[in-house]
Unconditional design. Sequence first.
Length: 130
Amino acid sequence: MPGTALPTIKRNPPLDQHAMKDLHIEIRDLLSRMEAEMRRLGLGSASPPPPDAFASTAPFCHDRMDFDQWLRWVLIPRMTALLDQEAPLPSECHIAPMAELTFAGKDADRTQKLVALIRELDTLITTAGG
């Protein structure tokens, strides 16, 4: 409509080098805690899914692997690689809703800590992002 102002998108200021380094340390620690919690719960399988599972173009590779496999074999290694390479991180992260959906019902109590860690990852990345 003419004369209608577009909503302003609030962007966080870019992080300085020290703050970015602190963020990377915090994310690396969080990924480590996620992996430890998954091991404690017996999630994520000890061996990777077959190679064709990684060719999926579906969100979370849901058509070829379970969500916990995706966390263990896709998210954690890719995030770790970004941190190792000091590459730009995603500007947003919204994995917790999928975790909540996946672990709802019978696994909700047992996986509460893992979902909280994933929610923390979402918040860290999205708050720091773009």
